[in-house]
Write a protein that binds this ligand. Structure first.
Ligand SMILES: Nc1nc2c(ncn2[C@@H]2O[C@H](COP(=O)(O)OP(=O)(O)O)[C@@H](O)[C@H]2O)c(=O)[nH]1
Ligand SMILES: [Mg+2]
Length: 363
């Protein structure tokens, strides 16, 4: 058997009930085209991967990549596409929201050689966005679209679309420049290209989710803003570090609030108040970093508790280093603000570097 012309990449998390209907829908839509489907599953607890493998036993066009200890739509798409040897790769959601009957039109557009990228759009004549649940989701989506459009070198009416197709060799070229974090791989791709890509927009309906639930939330939007910043500054910004430092700054506010509250209500003595405030602030910082800064490798269950303890130990050392260095500088007649600032910066860099390698080490 020769290799397929089209690989359909399906990032999926907890989509078990949608797998079989989706494969059947692809089979119907892609009649006459040599295709394969590559599911990239982040070890979904609902057994999505087992379901894909069950079907794969009956049909060799179905493949499954199962990733353990990782999360993320964009990175899942990248790994799926890089595992393909087909001429074209398409990306489509695994929840039946995208209209797979548009795939042949996308392929036909690319085959003319006039386009680098075919994007299914909800916002051109003939497309629609009916499946987006609720006014809140519409507002989020519209805001995101406008934000993305201001950064994009090409006109895309639906830059947040998760349904598109491009020649695989082009994907391979762009892959090394991809940020790979978050939800919006299309924006990432377009911004990673040095030349403006020639885009064909294909109108598409956005259906209601067939089963299961959406993984999109406010944190996803924050990550999207981070992706844009990263692209605008050409990958020069260590985004994780900024996120970590921002969380740290919020932690200082939490610390002072707790301290103030204890002080004014049930003072235990300054030393104890300060200790309680420190522990609360560390726990707060740990949770927020785990949810935002390290969302793609979030710790859960027993790992969460181990991580919290380790994080507190790391930050404890950070605080000792911070105070020690600031004191030495101050004694050598450095201005208090500079001595304090240098101590704090060294503390943050230490906390970041060590917790990145010990607490959230990439597995
Ligand atoms: N592999 C993987 N797939 C994901 C992840 N998050 C979402 N997906 C999949 O990406 C697609 C779009 O996600 P969905 O939650 O439906 O987003 P929405 O349509 O914007 O609400 C679905 O097929 C999800 O199963 C993830 O962390 N890892
Ligand atoms: Mg969806």
């Amino acid at each position: 058997m020769s290799s397929p012309v089209l690989s359909v990449i399906v990032p999926c998390y907890n989509e078990r009930p949608n797998v079989a209907p989706m494969v059947a829908a692809l089979d119907a839509a892609l009649a006459g085209i040599a295709w394969e489907v590559i599911y990239v599953d982040d070890n979904s607890p609902d057994g999505t991967a087992q379901e894909v493998r069950r079907l794969a036993h009956q049909d060799s066009r179905i493949r499954c990549i199962r990733r353990i200890g990782r999360r993320g739509l964009a990175s899942a798409v990248i790994e799926g596409a890089l595992s393909s040897s087909a001429d074209y790769v398409a990306v489509i959601d695994g929840d039946m929201q995208h209209d797979e009957t548009r795939l042949p039109a996308m392929l036909a557009a690319l085959r003319t050689g006039q386009y680098d990228l075919a994007v299914a759009s909800r916002h051109v004549a003939g497309g629609d966005n009916a499946g987006l649940s609720g006014r809140w989701r519409h507002a989020l989506s519209d805001g995101g679209i406008r934000l993305a459009q201001t950064f994009l070198p090409v006109r895309l009416s639906d830059p947040m679309s998760g349904f598109f197709m491009l020649p695989r060799p082009l994907f391979e070229d762009l892959a090394r420049n991809l940020n790979g974090q978050g939800f919006k791989i299309l924006v990432d791709l377009v911004l990673s290209s040095r030349r403006a890509l020639r885009v064909k927009e294909i109108p598409a309906r956005f259906r209601e989710r067939a089963a299961g639930e959406s993984k999109m939330d406010v944190l996803v939007m924050i990550q999207f803003a981070g992706l844009l910043l990263d692209k605008v500054f050409g990958g020069m910004l260590p985004l994780r570090f900024f996120s970590f430092a921002l969380v740290g700054a919020l932690g200082v506010l939490v610390h002072l609030s707790v301290l103030g509250l204890l002080h004014s209500t049930t003072p235990l003595g300054f030393g104890r108040d300060q200790t309680v405030a420190t522990i609360v602030a560390m726990a707060f910082n740990f949770q927020l970093n785990n949810a935002v800064t390290y969302r793609d490798q979030q710790l859960k269950g027993p790992r969460l508790w181990r991580g919290l303890l380790l994080f507190m130990a790391v930050c404890g050392f950070g605080a000792i280093a911070n105070i020690g260095i600031a004191r030495v500088l101050y004694e050598q007649k450095t201005a208090w603000s500079i001595a304090g600032g240098i101590g704090a910066v060294i503390g943050v860099v230490w906390n970041y570097a060590v917790s990145a390698t010990l607490v959230w080490r990439a597995r």
